[in-house]
Design a protein. Structure first.
Length: 412
């Protein structure tokens, strides 16, 4: 049964979420993170607090409250993801986190995935843009300005698998042969990949609503439906149905517009492998992307490489219908660099910028972007962003944050 909110109800839900943060001292739970989390979280928090103070003087302040997950949680309470952490994110409706390690050899498949699934954070939003001064492997990184919506709860990440040569895989293989006449090699592991209409529609609806709110010109549904016709092909079809049924006043599919969308958002679809080629050749032709979970994983990292790497690529996991959200650094824990005060906190800082914008605290968010633009353009950067720049001054994590704070405090 499809229980998604309609477009109108979704718009009301988003406004209700923003209204809920129209308060002086909201509580925001945070996870410091494993590995370099001990370096990048304090640096990021300093920038967040400076932006809020500059934007609102004494009118607003974040009440930070630490919750545990990952190695720190395991060391303290012998759990990788304590239920109390999920309860705190759920209670306050928001959170932010550093990178988390994934246990090897058992336990949770992925702590990050578990958080998203437990809170039903169905949309992974990755805004991807270039900051002037960042060295990249592409000629025109400034052409990348894309908001990527990745479905967060289905696909292979919530799929079921059976191990090769196990008794269970033998039973399933026999069943598939007898019931469907499917020929699968006897020495295969078998996985099941779910893609539902419910999850697909709410993701694409959120992406379309984002395009409307932010005056975007086009949205691309990225899929591999030419091969997986009843999963990713259905994702594509449900997207086009949504355009016709709920967004026809503001959007139009490429099939219906005869090449001219007019003032409406043009909705088209692109095969996933072709998309990875096209965003290298002509990224300026893409504004908003709606895609399935695995495709979104590949595409977001590929696009991040075009703008300088995941070190300055933010991310947010959001349920626009109930308002819950957790923003996060998109990179790994880099344990060999932990405690050296050298890691780039940019991804986490920009994820905080996303968080403020989601809360409706746009003034604080704008200050963070301006400060980041100024520091990077002037060459005041961490070691990873200094590579290839003769004008760069390499800063530690804490000094990079200090430079951002100085910028923020100096803005009029």
């Amino acid at each position: 049964m499809n229980e998604n909110l309609s477009r109108k109800d979704l718009e009301l839900a988003i406004q209700k979420t923003r209204d809920s943060f129209d308060t002086d001292k909201p509580v925001v739970p945070f996870i410091e993170g494993d590995g370099i989390g001990i370096d990048i979280w304090p640096a990021s928090q300093r920038v967040f607090d400076a932006a809020v103070e500059k934007a609102y003087t004494n009118g607003r302040k974040i009440e930070w409250q630490e919750v545990l997950a990952g190695q720190k949680a395991f060391d303290n309470v012998n759990e990788w993801l304590p239920e109390k952490t999920i309860e705190m994110f759920d209670e306050f409706g928001i959170g932010i986190k550093g990178p988390l390690t994934t246990p090897v050899g058992g336990g949770i498949r992925s702590i990050n995935v578990a958080i998203r699934q437990k809170l039903d954070l169905y949309a992974c939003l990755r805004p991807l843009r270039w900051f002037k001064g960042v060295e990249t492997p592409t000629k025109n990184p400034g052409n990348v300005d894309i908001a990527l919506f990745r479905e967060n709860t289905e696909d292979v990440y919530s799929g079921k698998e059976l191990e090769v040569n196990s008794e269970d895989v033998g039973k399933l293989n026999k069943f598939l042969k007898e019931e469907f006449n499917w020929e699968i090699r006897h020495d295969s592991g078998i996985g099941i990949k779910p893609i539902s209409k419910t999850a697909s529609e709410r993701l694409i609806r959120s992406a379309l609503n984002y395009a409307v709110e932010n005056n975007k010109k086009n949205l691309a549904i990225v899929h591999k439906g030419n091969i997986m016709k009843f999963t990713e092909g259905a994702f594509r079809a449900w997207g086009y149905e949504l355009v016709k049924n709920e967004f026809s006043d503001v959007a139009i599919s490429w099939e219906d517009c005869s090449g001219d969308a007019g003032d409406k958002i043009l909705v088209q679809d692109v095969i996933a492998d072709a998309f990875l080629q096209q965003v290298l050749i002509k990224p300026q032709e893409f504004d908003v992307i709606a895609t399935t979970n695995l495709n979104g994983d590949y595409a977001s990292d590929a696009l991040a490489a075009q703008i300088g790497g995941i070190g300055i690529s933010p991310g947010g996991n959001i349920n626009y219908e109930n308002g819950k959200s957790v923003f996060e650094a998109t990179h790994g824990t880099a344990p060999k660099h932990a405690g050296q005060d050298k890691a780039n906190p940019g991804s986490l800082i920009l994820s905080g910028e996303m968080m403020f914008r989601y809360m409706g605290w746009n003034e604080a968010a704008d200050l963070i972007i301006k400060a980041m633009e100024k520091s990077i353009s002037e060459g005041n950067v961490t070691y990873d962003l200094a590579r290839g720049r003769s004008d760069a001054k390499t800063l530690s994590s804490s000094n990079f944050a200090a430079n951002l704070v100085e910028n923020i405090e100096g803005f009029k």
